[in-house]
Design a binder for this molecule. Structure first.
Ligand SMILES: [Zn+2]
Length: 299
């Protein structure tokens, strides 16, 4: 069982000081993939970094600018990934503040992935400064952020570690209110599981997801999050062993308790597991794994 955290005291457009170095403003874009909306973080005082400006909403841009104290200036705009609820407002914020945009550009596989994705993608996302691969250190007065590559939800997903608070901005990689969507080929389950382990190994005190409240019990939460994926993977493998060769045949069985309107999205998720199982030699298929391919257990 994942120990979800969903209690959040907020008002749209209000700026809340949520830790000594972190302020948060929530955009009015609630929905099935954004929970109450996008939480944009403002880091530091005086010269500040903004993480995930959010959707292209004028109200949210004005709320972010109003959150700045007199004389404060935005020096860095940081983006976790190119989904429509994270990156589009970076351009308007750059136009108003002059701050450069930091992030990892959209990968080749992204377009195909997004055809059936929920949230929609921002293919115009063009960072000024490339953070692909992670490891870059970004500094301002009294704050230090490190870019950490966390592929899985998307291939270009970047999280940010705030050294002064041993805190981690986890984007859509780890969220307290829900599991994350992994949509192949840009989303990748093998990478995702490795990125979960990487974050766990670093021993952060708190995770700040872009949607919802912070996660304070970091290690047990990540362990439960990973166990949930491994349990689903075991079910997929068992279905193949039991003779379900097609993803479309196994989804209604594996997701019997889930609204059938969500079954197409579930099929993409099963496909993510299947690619991983083929790579690890547990399942075989003809040629490259396909969502409509036929699968059987490795003998
Ligand atoms: Zn996303």
């Amino acid at each position: 069982m994942i120990p979800y955290v969903r209690d959040l005291d907020f008002e749209y457009g209000r700026c809340d000081q949520v830790s000594p170095l972190i302020r948060r403003v929530i955009a009015r874009n609630p929905g099935p993939f954004t929970f109450t909306g996008t939480g944009t973080y403002i880091i530091g005082r005086g010269e500040v970094a903004v993480i995930d400006p959010g959707p292209d909403l004028d109200d949210h841009l004005e709320a972010l600018l109003a959150a700045l104290e007199p004389g404060e200036r935005v020096s860095h705009i940081l983006v976790t990934h190119h989904h429509s609820d994270h990156s589009p407002l970076a351009r308007a914020l750059k136009a108003r503040t002059g701050a450069p945009i930091y992030g990892c550009a959209v990968g080749m596989a992204a377009e195909e992935s997004t055809i059936r994705t929920e949230a929609g993608a921002d293919f115009d996302f063009r960072p000024d400064i490339d953070l692909c691969g992670g490891g870059q250190v970004i500094e301002g007065p009294g704050w230090t952020l490190e870019a950490v590559a966390t592929p899985g939800h998307t291939s270009n997903h970047i999280c940010f570690a705030l050294r002064e608070e041993n805190a981690f901005f986890s984007g859509d990689h780890i969220m307290g209110w829900s599991t994350t969507v992994i949509t192949p080929p840009d989303g990748d389950m093998t990478d995702y599981m490795a990125s979960l382990e990487l974050v766990k190994a670093r021993g952060y005190d708190v995770l700040w997801p872009t949607h919802g409240p912070p996660i304070l019990e970091v290690t047990p939460f990540i362990e439960a999050y990973a166990a949930h994926r491994r349990a689903r993977e075991a079910q997929v493998l068992k279905a193949v062993i039991d003779g379900y060769g097609k993803i479309t045949e196994m989804v209604p069985v594996l997701y019997a308790d889930v609204d059938s309107r969500l079954h197409p999205a579930a099929a993409r998720s099963v496909f993510g597991h299947m690619i991983d199982l083929v790579r690890r030699g547990k399942v075989v298929t003809e040629g490259e794994p396909r969502i409509d391919g036929t699968y059987r257990p490795a003998s």
